[in-house]
Design a protein around this ligand. Structure first.
Ligand SMILES: NC(=O)c1ccc[n+]([C@@H]2O[C@H](COP(=O)([O-])OP(=O)(O)OC[C@H]3O[C@@H](n4cnc5c(N)ncnc54)[C@H](O)[C@@H]3O)[C@@H](O)[C@H]2O)c1
Length: 435
């Protein structure tokens, strides 16, 4: 099939590359000329494991093309995917300005039989609005489908190629059939292809992200309570997780969720509910608990140093909002860095992939260390903010020698309490007693 993907970010690029890899002819369009130029040379501007090799392979097979020319990409396309960003607007609702400008721009070039598919996360009713907008612009009924994306950054290719399920919201049987064919290579192990209305598909994406965010805020609140009650959240997790109705997934306490999806999608759902006269009490609490949780490490650090942090040196391991990505959008580490800088702390950071993005924000206000151990030199404490594998088994002896004081604030509960005590560290974690 001939496919145009508009918006070549984390989602558009992975979608386009995976569709090219399964034999389709794909043109990925973006307004960012620099990004398009880099991708055309096989240079992938984001970190996503396995993606660069796959882009290179499909570029050389001439099935994957990058372009800034929307018209030329759309003209031959049987399917046009919209994968532009839908960031949070000022009032919390999703900002669809990029989407609308693309819809307007592409309308004159659409083939009569083209199917326009939204991959971006968009409020319920957007599909219907695109349909009427295209009708106004082209004078005909265009086929518009919704195909929300559930991939996780850091495991995006695997998620795309082996999806738990594919959800499509369609207005015609033809659209359902064409999309099923497109996805067939990824459904060979009987993965479910779920067909529904566009309104249900749009809602499905928000409900999935809202529930996952709820699990995180829930376990974080329980962790904070455990600390006060002298319980250990890890034991509690084990105690509840074996209950099949509960399970273990997504119930790890930490420093709050970040990234480009959960925060904005929860708020967009709040805005949607309010607009339709439904009081989103739980969703508001989920967001509020999460915002509070992002301060949890600053609070612990402040308390440990008796409120006076000026002149201290603090190391941070992990800046991305989670491991295996360079994405720092809404990352809890940024909230911590801002706090420490306000307190007059010297901040020394390490992250395997996200440092260039952090450097673009903070410049020379903080110190960037290529090696994790370098960040610990003369540090009064280490704070761990994302659980990259690199941090699971450090050299404790070297750490003790490098640090001014062997103090670790672990926002991801990577280490065993008793062993940290034996190793001679002052150790704070989440939802467990300090040792
Ligand atoms: N990142 C994720 O993990 C993830 C997962 C599922 C769904 N989503 C959703 O997918 C959508 C895209 O997310 P993302 O993380 O890929 O965003 P992103 O910011 O990484 O990429 C968006 C891209 O769209 C481009 N763009 C903006 N306006 C454009 C225009 N007028 N024409 C062409 N290109 C334009 C930008 O230059 C950018 O490259 C969002 O709605 C998001 O909520 C994201």
């Amino acid at each position: 099939m001939k496919i145009a993907i508009v918006g070549t970010g984390y989602v558009g690029l992975v979608t386009g590359t995976c569709f090219a890899d399964s034999g389709n002819e794909v043109t990925c369009v973006d307004i960012d000329a620099e990004k398009v130029a880099a991708l055309s040379r096989g240079v992938v501007p984001i970190y996503e494991p396995g993606l660069e090799e796959m882009v290179a392979y499909n570029l050389s097979a001439q099935r994957l093309v990058f372009s800034t020319d929307l018209a030329e990409a759309v003209k031959p396309a049987e399917i046009v995917y919209l994968a532009v960003g839908t960031p949070q607007g000022e009032d919390g609702s999703a900002d669809l300005s990029a989407l609308w400008s693309v819809v307007e721009e592409l309308a004159p070039y659409l083939r009569e039989d083209a199917i326009v598919v939204t991959k971006s996360t968009v409020p319920v009713g957007t599909n219907a609005r695109i349909f009427s907008q295209l009708k106004e612009l082209t004078g005909r009924d265009c086929d518009v489908a919704s195909n929300p994306e559930f991939l996780k950054e850091g495991a995006a290719i695997d998620d795309f190629e082996k999806p738990d399920r594919v959800v499509v919201g369609v207005r015609s049987q033809r659209a359902a059939d064409v999309l099923r064919q497109l996805y067939e290579p990824f459904l060979r192990t009987e993965r479910p292809f779920l067909v529904m209305t566009p309104e249900s598909a749009e809602m499905t994406k928000y409900v999935a992200n809202a529930l996952l965010s709820t699990k995180i805020s829930f376990i974080n609140e329980m962790a904070n309570l455990c600390e006060r009650m002298g319980s250990d959240i890890n034991d509690v997790r084990r105690g509840i997780g074996h209950d099949k109705r509960i399970g273990f997934a997504f119930l790890f306490p930490g420093v709050g969720y970040g990234g480009s999806c959960f925060p904005k999608d929860v708020r967009a759902l709040v805005a949607m509910a309010e607009e339709h006269g439904v009081e989103p009490r739980m969703l508001r609490a989920v967001d509020e608990v999460n915002e509070r949780q992002k301060d949890v490490m600053s609070d612990k650090v402040k308390k440990h140093f008796g409120g006076d942090l000026a002149g201290k040196t603090i190391a941070i391991w992990g800046l991305a909002f989670k491991p295996r990505t360079d994405d720092i959008r809404e990352a809890p580490a940024l909230v911590l860095i801002d706090y420490l800088l306000r307190q007059g702390v010297q901040v020394q950071v390490h992250d395997p992939e996200a440092m260039p993005n952090v450097r673009a924000l903070y410049g020379d206000k903080i110190q960037y260390c290529d090696r994790r151990m370098q960040a610990l030199r003369d540090a009064d404490a280490l704070v761990i903010m994302s659980e990259w594998k690199d941090y699971h088994r450090p050299n404790w002896e070297e750490m003790r020698q490098l640090m001014r004081s062997p103090t670790v604030f672990d926002g991801r509960n990577l280490y065993d309490l008793r062993r940290m005590l034996d190793r001679g560290f002052r150790y704070y974690s989440i939802g467990r007693p300090a040792v």
